[in-house]
Design a protein around this ligand. Structure first.
Ligand code: NI
Length: 184
C-alpha cells in the first residue's frame, strides 16, 4: 500500500474552488488514483475528492460497498428520488449533519484507463457520489445540510458502539475549523 496523502482540512482554499478537468490520463495519474484509494481506506472514508489532498483536478474515488470506483471528470447525468441522512467529511473531522440528496443517480466519467463509463446506483453510493462531485465544484456538504442538525461526534458508546454526539451550529463549526487551520 502506498503511503497515504495528507487530507487537507476545511476551510483550506483548495477545497473552496472549482477543480479543473483531467485532460489526459497519464501513468502518474493512475498512480495518484491508487494513492487516493489508499488514503481513503486509511481514513475509513467512503469517498475522497482530489482537492481534499491538494490536487485541484476533477477526480474522485468512492467505495461504499466493497466496490472501488475511481472516476475522472465525473458528472451526474440523471438523478431521481430523495433521501435524507447523515453526512460527514474527512476534511471536517467529527462533524455530522443531515443532508437531503437524490436517492438514485447515474454518473458518467472516465475510469483509471481513461475509458468512458456510465454507472448507476442508489442509497449511500448515490449520496457519496453527490458529495464527492460537489467537492469538485468547491461545495462542502455543510452548505447543503439542514442547519438544525449539526452535531459533533464526541465518542462512541462502549455498550453498543452508538455514536455520542453533541449539538452545534454551522457557524460554531466553521469558526472551530477556521481557528484550527490558522493554528496549523
Ligand atoms: Ni467530503
Amino acid at each position: 500500500m502506498s503511503s497515504p496523502l495528507q487530507i487537507l482540512p476545511y476551510p483550506h482554499p483548495v477545497l473552496l474552488k472549482r477543480a479543473a478537468p483531467v485532460e489526459r490520463v497519464t501513468p502518474e495519474l493512475a498512480e495518484f488514483l491508487l494513492k487516493m484509494r489508499d488514503t481513503m481506506y486509511a481514513a475509513h472514508g467512503v469517498g475522497l475528492a482530489a482537492p481534499q489532498v491538494g490536487v485541484s483536478l476533477r477526480i474522485i474515488v468512492v467505495d461504499t460497498d466493497e466496490r472501488f470506483v475511481p472516476l475522472m471528470n465525473p458528472r451526474i447525468i440523471a438523478a431521481d428520488g430523495s433521501q435524507t441522512g447523515v453526512e460527514g467529511c474527512l476534511s471536517l473531522p467529527n462533524l455530522h449533519a443531515d443532508v437531503t440528496r437524490a436517492l438514485r443517480v447515474t454518473v458518467q466519467g472516465q475510469n483509471a484507463r481513461g475509458k468512458k463509463v456510465t454507472l448507476s446506483g442508489e442509497g449511500l453510493w448515490a449520496r457519496a457520489m453527490q458529495h464527492e462531485i460537489d467537492h469538485l465544484d468547491g461545495i462542502i456538504f455543510t452548505e447543503r445540510a439542514d442547519p438544525a442538525t449539526f452535531r459533533w461526534v464526541t465518542g462512541e458508546s462502549a455498550a453498543d458502539g452508538e455514536l455520542i454526539e453533541r449539538p452545534t451550529t454551522r457557524e460554531d463549526a466553521y469558526h472551530f475549523f477556521a481557528r484550527e487551520l490558522a493554528r496549523a
